[in-house]
Design a protein around this ligand. Structure first.
Ligand code: HMG
Length: 450
């Protein structure tokens, strides 16, 4: 039975690796070699990566691809995309190329406000609390002046502070809800620092209120934290063209395509099973650019899915209409992104991604990321309502299957050629590979994946 370890974090990197490989691997030499094989050859770069997180052993590579031809608000972009899934970059590129000839993507920032809360318990009367809050409010601003000075100089800062009574959902539960403008930063540290200062003001003040009854002084701050749900930090991206300009696919008329496409979006609007997959496809594009540009994709994912449920049922993040012969397809999504702070100036590949995009500010990046999600969804739906998803996806996935099979370069060439006009389903590729090698097809096949 494995034993827990105390003080692991205090071991040197070598010490951690030794413990890990000896504790968890049948062949420690092989595991050690692999971990070290993925170290960066440049020590300074490796140190940088070691310091991003804790207990770093090695690096974990994800491909960094690019999708060219994104015309967004009449500017041409090449999007950086960091993702492991085949066909996503190709799909984004194909959709970008399609819309390039039809006016491109138009984006609009709806708002950029972020929110944070001091969550607290209060046993006294709401009336007393409201009076206390009126006293605290100017102090919240005064006592965060130093913290907010730079943000205010950039045009941001605290936008509003309100007391929220949540006792209808939880006994004695109240919030100080503050709204912030954090300009080009994602703002988590700024917001959390302000909130913690508010809590200090509350605690200090309540201590001094000896004039109040014990109940009216009974206040406990539970926590101070920003919310990753940002329904007031929202961007819209849109594509549109005349229906007759819609499809260059000869098998389906533009009218039939528009109708099936619109229906597919409608299904995602009303059916959570489909909405989840539909939005997953959108997040293929969103996450890839968010990761490449050094932003927090967990926060973006969490906000998107809450937003997708804001009307009481999980629904599509994209929408489509056909009016007066014009097809319009759009996304509205909360994207609290930063172009300063965090990894943006630290990770060399993130810096490169930002430079590739012309060092956008956060609002421009919001538009770019939204366009990437919309493009991805367009490509997936286009495939789904015409050829089916497997044809294109498996074409892109073929190399992963060939890598699993450890095909030689000659075998790869022969198999790629063979599947030029056929869908390379996993079992068909395995059969072809076995035929080329003159070996029997294994009963269990090779590990199947998507
Ligand atoms: P195609 O028409 O066979 O490709 O499409 P093509 O060879 O004719 O090339 C057309 C363009 O596609 C190229 O233009 C590229 O822009 C791009 P060009 O560069 O030649 O001027 N393209 C590529 N880009 C980079 N590398 C490549 C490459 N090949 C084509 N190797 C394609 C093939 C896969 C693009 C198309 O079938 C497609 O868009 N399919 C959709 C794929 C998709 O959505 N994948 C996401 C993963 S599946 C999923 O997880 C989501 C899903 O469940 C979501 C949902 O249900 O809504 C589907």
């Amino acid at each position: 039975m494995k034993q827990p370890i105390k003080g692991f974090s205090k071991l040197s990197k070598e010490g951690k690796i030794e413990w890990l490989v000896n504790e968890h691997f049948e062949n420690p030499e092989e595991a050690r070699e692999l971990l070290k094989e993925y170290w960066h050859s440049n020590e300074k770069r490796q140190q940088l990566h070691d310091d991003f997180i804790e207990n770093t052993m090695t690096n974990y590579f994800l491909p960094f691809g690019v999708a060219p031809n994104f015309l967004i608000n009449n500017q041409l972009y090449t999007l950086p995309m960091t993702i492991e899934e085949s066909s996503v970059v190709a799909a984004a590129s194909k959709a970008a190329g399609f819309w390039l000839k039809r006016g491109g993507f138009k984006t609009e920032i709806i708002s950029t406000t972020k929110v944070g809360h001091v969550h607290f318990n209060y046993a006294g009367s709401f009336e007393t609390l409201s009076t206390l809050f009126e006293d605290w409010k100017p102090k919240f601003y005064e006592e965060t002046e130093e913290l907010t000075a730079n943000m205010r100089a950039r045009g941001g800062g605290i936008l509003s502070i309100a007391l929220v009574n949540k006792t209808d959902v939880l006994e004695n539960y109240y919030q100080i809800e503050a709204r912030f403008e954090t300009c080009d930063s994602m703002g988590a540290n700024f917001i959390n620092s302000c909130l913690e200062q508010f809590a200090q003001v509350m605690r200090a003040d309540i201590e001094l209120r000896t004039d109040l009854s014990a109940e009216d002084r009974d206040l406990q701050v539970v926590m101070c934290i920003l919310s990753n749900y940002t329904p007031e930090c929202v961007v819209r991206a849109e594509v549109s063209c005349k229906v007759e300009e819609l499809n260059d696919d000869k098998d389906v008329s533009p009218e039939e395509f528009a109708s099936k496409f619109q229906r597919a979006v409608r299904i995602a609007e009303v059916e959570p099973y489909r909405a989840t997959t539909h939005n997953k496809g959108i997040m293929n594009g969103i996450d890839a650019v968010v990761i490449a540009t050094g932003n927090d994709f967990r926060a973006i994912e969490a906000a998107s899915h809450t937003y997708a449920s804001r009307n009481g049922q999980y629904s599509s993040l994209t929408h489509c209409k056909v009016e007066n012969g014009v097809f319009t397809f759009w996304i509205e999504i909360p994207l609290a992104l930063g172009t300063v702070g965090g990894l943006t100036k630290l990770h060399p590949m993130v810096k490169l991604a930002h430079e590739m995009l012309g060092d956008p500010n956060s609002e421009t990046l919001m538009g770019i990321v939204a366009a990437s999600g919309l493009a991805q969804n367009f490509a997936a739906l286009r495939a789904l309502v015409t050829t089916g998803i497997q044809k294109g996806h498996m074409k892109m996935h073929l190399f992963n299957i060939l890598n699993q099979l450890e095909a030689t370069p000659e075998e790869r060439d022969a198999i790629v050629k063979h599947f030029t006009d056929k869908v390379p389903h996993h079992n068909l590729v395995v059969s072809k590979f076995c035929e080329l090698r003159g070996i029997p097809v294994p009963k269990s096949g090779v590990n199947k994946d998507k």
